[in-house]
Design a binder for this molecule. Sequence first.
Ligand SMILES: Nc1ncnc2c1ncn2[C@@H]1O[C@H](COP(=O)(O)OP(=O)(O)OP(=O)(O)O)[C@@H](O)[C@H]1O
Ligand SMILES: [Mg+2]
Length: 482
Amino acid sequence: MAEWKAQPGPQTLALQIPDSVNEILYGGQRGGGKTDTGMVWMQEPIEVPRYRGLVIRKHASDLRDWVDRAMRMYQGLGVKQAYRPWELSFPSGAKIYTGHLKDDLSYTQWMGQEFQRMLIEELTQIPDEKRYSQLRASNRSTIPGLRAQTFATTNPGGVGHAWVRKRFVDPAPYYQIFYDRLGLRRVYIPAGIDNNPALTKNDPDYVKQLESLKEVDYDLWKAWRLGDWSIVAGQAFREWNPLMHISPVPPISLRDCKKFVCFDWGYSAWGVALWVAIAPENQYGVVRYYVYREMWMQKQEPREWARQFKLTQRIDGVKDIWLPHDCFNKEMGDSIADIFHRDGGMNVKQAATLQTNARHMRKAIMHASLADAIDGRPYLQMHPNCSMLAASIPELITDENDPEDIDTDGNDHGYDALTEGLMMEAPHLAKSGGIRTDRLLPQIKRNKIWSPGLMPGTYNAPDIMSAIAEYNTRPHHVLRPR
Ligand SMILES: Nc1ncnc2c1ncn2[C@@H]1O[C@H](COP(=O)(O)OP(=O)(O)OP(=O)(O)O)[C@@H](O)[C@H]1O
Ligand SMILES: [Mg+2]
């Protein structure tokens, strides 16, 4: 049987990145050979007896597929497999472990262990950078001569699209190894199906299949066929426009507005409080909502929140707060609402978060409030200081199984707080509806809101040619095509 050989182009390059680069993202088009490439990379150190690799995929079923493929590819290497969880072992004693991302805990279950190589398939399935960093905390090496490295693959799109793009794709030109602020090295290699003749020759219809997406889902076509990161496949609020929705100037003096706080509880996840002013009807009959303060806290007890509310009351006296139903749970004694009332002096009100269709209603309200009112400005605006909220809105994506809701794996805490408040204070908006731009224009122009993760002038990393020279001295095992 023939030997597996990297195909010319990105696949070859992806396997030639020196091991001094901490993280490699090999991503882009569907069918670009990403999974194969990751498999080849993963087995490179298998002659090192203490080598431990970890492969991460989203579901257990995806892992099974990976292991099946790997078993075929590695068959000439004396590989053996064990089950639950799947493990591959090699004659030297080297091992490749596998894991999936079922719940929050899966990100910390590897704590204290050492994996010199970590392969993460479909990286954008990891909702946020924090969880990725938790995983990567076990990517380290005490084996001299074997450096820790992460290899990730993905198509654009998915809940983690935004952070992955910010971390890997935006900071430097493709193929360019760059340093982040801490001096860690990364590189993004774009995968292309047109560079994978193994697939396109054998199955010329596959490209046509991808092309046919263009008619039905333009963004998905751009993500899968073109590997284009400028879109967010499935972005829930395409109408988000920082130029319109962020405004340093409130519609009218805040002193003349009714105000309320809306809140989403979180302890391990973010808890969020948003202060919203309702500007009275203007000469065009428009009532505008202005988020003028945000507070995000993690790992804080309800008492600390209550203390913060008390402090902010000194500034603007706002006491009305909308809380989701879970804040009224008394199973553990005092509810969160009780504490906010007693210690924070807040006037607590339960939002109708349990009402039938509440989640659909919230998404509808969000669309309606982002839409332009008759006077040419959106119903909802926020102060630039509410930057966490502003950053989270364009990153929300639609739930694959329910287009009228958002995918709750994303950073939806600000959204949850805001829509719960708007649902109670501005239900009329959902009925009048704004212009549902998302329904009208599939390719509405996206605003560039990404801030590069790098300081200018930090691209002085080793170039790709020295990378290639280094690679050629690395050991090569005989792998079988499948
Ligand atoms: N160098 C190679 N030699 C032989 N076959 C290859 C090579 N690279 C990729 N292939 C084959 O091309 C097909 C697609 O590759 P692969 O599954 O790795 O792509 P992918 O980018 O992971 O696709 P997807 O985006 O669907 O996950 C597979 O059958 C794979 O075995
Ligand atoms: Mg794949």
